[in-house]
Design a protein. Structure first.
Ligand SMILES: Nc1nc2c(ncn2[C@@H]2O[C@H](COP(=O)(O)OP(=O)(O)OP(=O)(O)O)[C@@H](O)[C@H]2O)c(=O)[nH]1
Length: 291
């Protein structure tokens, strides 16, 4: 969510991890960010100049962010090598800060390449940072939940919802809306618009989705909620091992099986092409007769 505090939260996490003597490996994947308030180990801006991309490809800001990320994704195996390099002491956490626009990261080919590259070598979870004060309107809340839902179903990775800025607005209303439809319906009671009615229906559909989520309230500014967030990360790691990895293995098998069938089909087609070509050629005795 743009402006929800992702970068500030990264800074908070980085400082928390140094305090507990488990320093993280920090990646900045946002080419357009003006200032990074933590010390990134890898910074997309060191290799890609977003302003030049705008000029060179004649793009607007979002197009240039997407193109920069695409260019970076082509070399992402090098980043993965850095993240997985043996170290003493070994790395416990790799944190990546992404561009804020959901369509740029979650729904782009480069976003998928980057997330899958991580998930094939490291236990991976997605953290969706929400701006709690900007979720207090039920329909804005619902629109954020739908975005989160789309991330979950696109990546299939464990997803953590972080309700940030709890120093400004407490997250209790949101956590309650996720657990109890009646309170969410009540919040929408006075609203008879079509959008409100859609939000009501969606909240029923999202019941299963909410059950698959971990949601915590934090303040990136004060640090409140960080311990609870770290416990949610531990649980997400267990979920990754328990659910994502077997699913990945199953998908790999399905892909292998699909490739095997395609190869067999290709062989059948080759045989048929050869048979057709053969039937057009004169047989050897016929050729001798003509001679
Ligand atoms: N009060 C309060 N403000 C916060 C908190 N976290 C971030 N902010 C403020 O929210 C604004 C946006 O924070 P950023 O960290 O830049 O947000 P972002 O999500 O990285 O922004 P984009 O990358 O542009 O989408 C800044 O003014 C931060 O100081 C918080 O926990 N409490």
């Amino acid at each position: 969510m743009a402006g929800s505090g992702k970068t500030t939260f990264m800074q908070r996490l980085a400082s928390h991890l140094s305090t507990i003597k488990k320093p993280g490996y920090l990646l900045n994947l946002d080419p357009a960010v003006a200032k990074v308030p933590y010390n990134p180990n890898v910074d997309i801006r060191d290799t890609i100049n977003y302003k030049n991309v705008m000029k060179e490809y004649n793009l607007g800001p979002n197009g240039a962010i997407l193109t920069s990320l695409n260019l970076f994704a082509t070399r992402f195996d090098q980043v993965i090598d850095l993240c997985t390099k043996e170290r003493d002491p070994p790395l416990d956490y790799v944190l990546a800060d992404t561009p804020g626009q959901i369509e740029i990261f979650t729904w782009s080919a480069s976003g998928a390449i980057i997330t899958e590259a991580f998930a094939t070598v490291l236990p991976t979870a997605i953290v969706f940072v929400l701006d709690t004060p900007r979720c207090t309107a039920p329909q804005t809340f619902m629109s954020n939940m739908l975005q989160a839902c789309s991330i979950l179903y696109k990546t299939r990775l464990p997803l953590l919802l972080v309700f940030n800025k709890i120093d400004v607005a407490r997250p209790d209303f949101a956590l309650e809306w996720m657990q109890d439809f009646d309170t969410f319906f009540e919040a929408l009671r006075a609203d008879t618009s079509y959008a409100a009615s859609l939000s009501r229906s969606m909240s029923l559909v999202l019941e299963k989705f909410y059950m698959n989520l971990r949601a915590v309230g934090v303040s990136a500014i004060t640090g409140e909620g960080i311990d609870e967030f770290m416990r949610a990360v531990d649980a997400a790691r267990e979920e990754f091992d328990r659910e994502y990895l077997p699913d990945l293995e199953r998908r790999k098998q399905v892909d292998l099986e699909k490739k095997r069938r395609e190869m067999e089909m290709e062989r059948v087609q080759e045989d048929m092409r050869a048979a057709r070509a053969g039937s057009r050629q004169p047989t050897i005795p016929e050729a001798e007769e003509e001679a």
